[in-house]
Design a protein around this ligand. Structure first.
Ligand code: FMN
Length: 314
């Protein structure tokens, strides 16, 4: 069904160059960027830089738009790509140098339900589809990859022996942190040494979290998590939050000095640095999920950090 409000919307009154410049600096309000504006943006990039570069530019711009409107988790990787591929297919089959003329030749692109010809709602609503490309499950989109991003099957990978892998990484020192998250009822903490700074603009951090861990569904449900980087006085705290024997819920924090930080999440007060994050995106990473957080708060103090090295906590 065509989008009725588009003719009134600010984004569509701009000329092509103004439109794309405003888009790239996140200058549109949420209501100023309806479906028709998404299609125009995809059409402009596809015709100017081709489909693959269009995906990068579209993704960067939509993330900026989401951030500027205070909704950083709104970006949906699969849908962004799918619409770019649909536009690219229409450009190939019936090109036009004018956007309105292009739409007149391809009115199906104005119907947001077109995506449901290719994807079932369950696939589109999955966290995986939001975070990374999932191939259509109902019908192929011309020009789009037919397989999902998820890495090759293990048997295809000439993998190093597990012992060698562990020996190598045992020689690499890492900081040790306790992540915390809640599902609104329970709170949970987990020791993690895979916490790494990822990006300054936007400020992102990544953590690799076991797919079967109890904290992962809580992070997905609440879209928040905290990180307390431990000090060298806290090896027992690291062991505690890695132990399957620890109490469940809030009880696992008993006896460990902490306070409620942003989002109500526990912050360990004797730690050396702290982060409070929104879930930004998640990628598959073998038996772990790569969780990327947009850092909302960060602070630190002058304390020697706890380091994991050669299977020891130093
Ligand atoms: C020093 C250290 C570092 C760890 N780093 C990670 C990590 O980066 N990611 C992860 O998923 N688990 C990590 N673990 C393991 C988890 O803390 C542990 O498996 C925990 O029990 C998770 O399971 P849960 O679902 O019971 O919380 C680490 C454990 C230790 C002792």
């Amino acid at each position: 069904m065509p989008d009725k409000i588009t003719s009134e919307v600010a984004s569509l009154r701009l000329d092509d160059d103004e439109f794309i410049a405003t888009f790239e600096r996140g200058g549109f309000g949420g209501g100023d960027f309806p479906h028709k504006a998404h299609i125009r943006m995809a059409w402009m990039y596809v015709t100017r830089v081709g489909p693959e570069a269009a995906i990068d530019r579209a993704a960067g711009g939509i993330r900026a738009l989401a951030k500027a409107n205070g909704q950083p988790t709104l970006y949906h990787d699969t849908l962004t790509r799918a619409w770019v591929y649909l536009v690219a297919d229409a450009v190939t089959k019936s090109p036009s140098a004018n956007f309105e003329e292009f739409l007149a030749r391809n009115p199906q692109l104005l119907d947001k339900r077109l995506r449901l010809a290719y994807y079932s709602p369950d696939v589109l609503s999955s966290a995986q589809a939001r975070a990374t490309w999932i191939a259509p499950d109902l019908a192929p989109i011309p020009g789009a990859p037919k397989s999902s991003v998820g890495g090759r099957e293990p048997e295809d990978v000439p993998a190093v022996a597990g012992a060698d892998y562990l020996a190598a990484f045992g020689s690499v020192p890492t900081a040790v942190a306790v992540m915390a998250a809640t599902d609104g009822v329970n709170v949970h903490g987990m020791t993690a040494s895979s916490v790494t700074s990822l990006s300054m603009d936007p400020p992102l951090v990544l953590v690799c979290v076991q797919r079967e861990s109890r904290i992962l569904p809580m992070i997905r449900a609440s879209t928040h998590f905290s990180v307390s980087f431990l000090s060298d006085r806290q090896p027992d705290v690291a062991r505690h939050f890695a132990s399957p024997q620890r109490a469940a819920g809030a009880a696992q924090f008993h006896g460990i000095p902490h306070r409620a930080g942003r989002f109500g999440l526990p912050i360990l007060t004797d730690a050396s640095a702290w982060l409070a994050c929104d879930l930004w995106c998640e990628y598959p990473g073998g038996d772990h999920a790569i969780v990327c957080g947009l850092v909302r708060e960060a602070s630190g103090r002058d304390a020697h950090p706890l380091v994991s090295y050669s299977q020891r906590l130093l």
